[in-house]
Design a binder for this molecule. Sequence first.
Ligand code: UT7
Length: 331
Amino acid sequence: MKNSFIKDIAFYVPDEILTNDDLSKMMDTSDEWIKTRTGIEKRHTTGDTNMGPADLAVKASDQLLDKIGIDKSEIDFVVFATSTPDYYVPGSGALFQEKMGLENIGVLDIRQGCSGFTYALSVADKFIKTETYKNILVIGAEVQTTQLDYDDEGRGTAVLFGDGAAACLVAPTDEKRGILSAHLHSDGKYIDDLSSLYPSSKYKDIINEENIQKRQHHIYMNGREVFKHAVRRFKEVILEGLESNGLNVNDIDMVIPHQANFRITETVQKHLGVDQDKVFSNIHNYGNTTAASIGIALTEALDQKKIKKGDIVVLASFGAGFQWGSVVIKW
Ligand code: UT7
């Protein structure tokens, strides 16, 4: 059986920046509150450009293909993770395929929120190991800023999120390296602690004046509850991944956690008992880009030469659902 590995990765964020001071002009918040509670200093936004996740993904993928030096005709499958799809139906994969000019290959949409990238990588890994495909494009792309409530009522969530996309190529290798394991979990009990109700097929009349007044068309998050579960599940699923490979925390060279809140990342690092420089964070520049965040962080960690061939790298995610996961990689 072949092993599967991430051949390379790239990311794209839109040019426009929303600083904490910009947000302070829109709602009752402050640079100090946002920085202290989350570590975030700015985030990127598609603004008035009408760019959707598929557009951001095309930009990231073009860069990736240039970097690797392969033609798009060699891509034989796409796994596209987003929680903010361009259309309600179908998922963004089809739109991305059309925009990229990828002829009639299969695309699979993943809607696992902040865990989208780990779920997507896991699927790609299996398709490579079963020799179904040879060059799988795995995308995490998100446009959050068009659906947030930039008002006092939404300040607890609106300040957290940003837009962006990451694209990586998963391919086979005969070397003893690559994706060693993926562990995925879900606990639907907590679905209402982080959710967006519109558009919905459940209720006939959900889009009515009353619900709009109640602001139910924006994402709702019970921040404290999410925080509490996140710190526990991140640690648990990282250890689960390590143990399944006969590894322990001392073997970790780099953890790339989903970038939800610097305080979550810091707590997980302390609970794991690993050095600060072994847990990557770039949330100050991008905020939480949901399905894109791990890919953006992994690209920057590689660009900054924080990961070298042979390193044990652990990707870990937690988000809406609640759903969480880890992917252990020998780089
Ligand atoms: O990607 C996965 C999903 N997301 C996460 O993992 C996020 C998890 N949760 C969090 O990161 C944190 O819970 C938040 C950053 C969302 C909130 O931080 P917190 O320390 O849990 O604050 P809090 O919700 O307990 O609110 C503390 C105070 C409240 O005021 P009172 O009741 O103490 O008077 C809030 O109303 O801060 C107030 N507040 C704000 N103040 C200024 C909430 N949002 C803001 C804001 N600016 N943007």
